[in-house]
Design a protein around this ligand. Structure first.
Ligand code: IPE
Ligand code: IPE
Ligand code: MG
Length: 246
């Protein structure tokens, strides 16, 4: 996809066009206040609005956020059920605001384990914002990078078996067309909050050449000012993509 437009990440060159965020640290934020983990998840969900709203000012056209991983089912039934209920509430509550703010929402991840009511709301939000051309917000829900590549490979293999795809022609451009993110550019900047320096199965294929920022802030404390600072840092980085600067 195209080159980034000049923007507020005005260091030496434009800031990131696509920012992906691993929103981590809700549980620790709540624990530090002597509150249950779900209290942290609610505070975390509230942060999302401010971050989505500041994207146009920062020149961030695509924002992708990690809301629930394929591994998060390992948590207690209470936490998983609380998160699913929060997702339903969040979508219902934010539906009109997102549509009015010209945000286009998409979901990535496998829907099979999600309940019918949640899937219905996800479809509605995607449908109600499908005509918008402002910020592209992608929410990763029951998403795992390995799971996504496995599902993509399955569909690719089905196309080969059906004679629709010549295996000799499979190359680096082929697989991404089968990924959940097929309409999105690769992320330029991946941010993880909460001090953990790992990517926990997020956008494995797509982040091959992304710049990373691992910051100590817990997600419920993350702010638009901090995102602005990260965008400025990004503008100062030298992205070589394997080449030598001439
Ligand atoms: C991130 O916060 C939100 C989800 C994974 C759903 P955590 O719940 O992982 O918070 P910590 O890492 O335990 O503090
Ligand atoms: C990654 O955070 C997933 C999300 C932010 C949704 P986790 O808290 O689940 O990751 P680990 O367990 O620290 O790797
Ligand atoms: Mg965590």
């Amino acid at each position: 996809m195209g080159v980034s437009e000049p923007n507020a990440g005005s260091g030496d060159r434009p800031g990131p066009r696509h920012v992906a965020i691993i929103m981590d640290g809700n549980g620790r934020w709540a624990q530090a206040r002597g509150r249950p983990r779900l209290f942290g998840h609610h505070a975390g969900a509230k942060r999302v609005r401010e971050i989505v709203e500041c994207c146009p000012d920062l020149g961030v056209k695509y924002l992708t956020i990690f809301a629930f991983s394929t591994e998060n089912w390992k948590r207690t039934q209470v936490e998983v059920a609380g998160l699913m209920s929060l997702f339903r509430r969040y979508i219902s509550k934010e539906m009109n605001a997102l549509a009015a703010q010209n945000v286009r929402v998409r979901f990535i991840g496998d829907r099979v384990r999600l309940d019918a009511k949640l899937i219905d709301l996800m479809d509605k939000l995607e449908c109600n914002t499908a005509g918008n051309d402002g910020t592209h917000l992608t929410i990763a829900l029951n998403y795992g990078g390995r799971d996504e590549v496995a599902r993509a490979t399955k569909r690719l293999a089905q196309d080969v078996a059906a004679g629709k795809l010549d295996p000799e022609k499979v190359d680096e451009e082929t697989l991404p067309r089968y990924l959940d993110t097929h309409v999105l550019p690769d992320p330029d900047l991946v941010v993880r909050t909460s001090g953990e320096a790992r990517i926990s199965n997020f956008l494995l294929w797509q982040s091959a050449y992304a710049e990373y920022e691992f910051i100590d802030t817990l997600w419920p404390d993350f702010s638009k000012e901090e995102l602005g600072r990260l965008c400025t840092n990004y503008g100062k980085r030298d992205r070589r993509f394997g080449a030598v600067k001439t």
